[in-house]
Design a protein around this ligand. Structure first.
Ligand SMILES: *[C@@H]1O[C@H](CO)[C@@H](O)[C@H](O)[C@H]1NC(C)=O
Ligand SMILES: *[C@@H]1O[C@H](CO)[C@@H](O)[C@H](O)[C@H]1NC(C)=O
Length: 319
């Protein structure tokens, strides 16, 4: 319980130990906003531009420091000579001629360039107020020939409730793309229906993800079965493959010549898909709870009752 009363004191401690200049009659600090603009995703081999915007309201600048994953790689100090200082950092191939107080340019990004970048702006004396902003940059690499994902193993027609087995493979990329499946417009992610297979890896380090679906054929709103696979990689790649199948009565599935069944890989350990509960169709709101006893007993009891009927009527009416 006592800890509940400590935070206010802890919050005050920095003020007491290191009072900001304006608290003891100094000038109010002018630095109000620092913002780091960075792309969310950069493609491997491409340059990366980062921009640090800040407003000193005409106050003097002391330094702008740039960090990647908390390691300083670049500093701009207008009052020092040299004004620019570069610190060697893995994944940061700094273009010094295109970097200054507000801009940083990396010539070419690698997977090591991915991480959290920040710029820290410090106002000059007396406040030395510092503000920092941070942005995360993902580095992606996509095979130059990458097309849309591929849905394999979908037949041209299925009977209702027949097993549907399909595999969707994404493009070669790093990191691997995220695959999602939609069956008749509904996102499918139940572990009993969908299994993410281990991605294949190529010699150049690119990965290809795959997802396997095992479900029962059901009709969508248009009477057909629609299977859609989406592959996405941050904001760098977003593509879709879609296959439609007819739902037929009676005779079953015929694989289409162009869609050979995919090899299903080692992780082929699905539990068998569950058969949906049979749905009884009831016309015009009739109830499905018939009086069971009369239906079972009536044929057996009817003849004796018929024989007794005259006697029953006589005893009821006559008396
Ligand atoms: C800083 O560099 C960018 C381009 O990298 C340039 O557009 C900008 O004008 C430069 N700023 C200053 C103050 O030199
Ligand atoms: C799909 O389900 C798995 C576990 O069932 C979960 O870990 C994963 O985050 C889900 N994916 C999405 C996109 O919701």
């Amino acid at each position: 319980m006592r800890t509940l009363f400590l935070p206010p004191l802890l919050l005050l401690a920095p003020l007491l130990l290191a009072p900001p200049a304006n608290l003891w009659g100094g000038a109010a600090e002018a630095l109000s906003v620092v913002r780091l603009e960075a792309p969310r995703t950069a493609a491997r081999g491409e340059p990366l531009l980062l921009r640090c915007t800040f407003d000193l309201e005409d106050g003097p600048l002391y330094t702008v420091k740039w960090y990647k994953d908390s390691r300083e790689f670049f500093r701009f100090s207008p009052q020092e000579r040299p004004q620019l200082r570069v610190f060697t950092t893995e994944g940061v191939d700094l273009d010094e001629h295109a970097s200054n107080a507000t801009h940083v340019r990396l010539r070419s990004v690698t997977h090591a360039s991915a991480g959290k970048y920040s710029c820290e702006v410090t106002e000059d004396a007396p406040s030395f107020l510092a503000l920092i902003d941070l942005a995360e940059v993902h580095v992606v690499e996509i095979d130059v020939n990458a097309g849309p994902p591929k849905l394999e193993g979908v037949h041209a027609r299925y009977r209702l409730n027949e097993e549907v087995t399909a595999v969707c493979r994404g493009p070669w990329s790093r990191p691997p793309a995220q695959l999602t499946l939609h069956l008749n417009g509904h996102y499918v992610n139940s572990s009993s229906l969908v299994r993410h297979l281990p991605p294949e890896e190529r010699a150049d380090g690119l990965l290809r993800p795959a997802v396997k679906l095992r479900a029962r054929a059901v009709a969508g709103p248009d009477g057909r079965l629609r299977l859609r696979c989406t592959a996405a990689l941050a904001d760098a790649y977003h593509m879709v493959d879609e296959k439609n199948a007819m739902l037929v009565r009676g005779r079953g599935s015929t694989p289409t010549a162009t869609e050979p069944s995919a090899p299903l890989g080692a992780a082929d350990d699905f539990p068998p898909p569950t058969v949906p509960e049979p749905v009884l169709e009831v016309a015009s709101g009739a109830t499905l709870t018939p009086p069971v006893l009369p239906m079972v007993l009536a044929p057996a009891l009817a003849p004796p009752l018929l024989l007794l009927l005259p006697w029953l009527l006589e005893s009821l009416l006559g008396g």
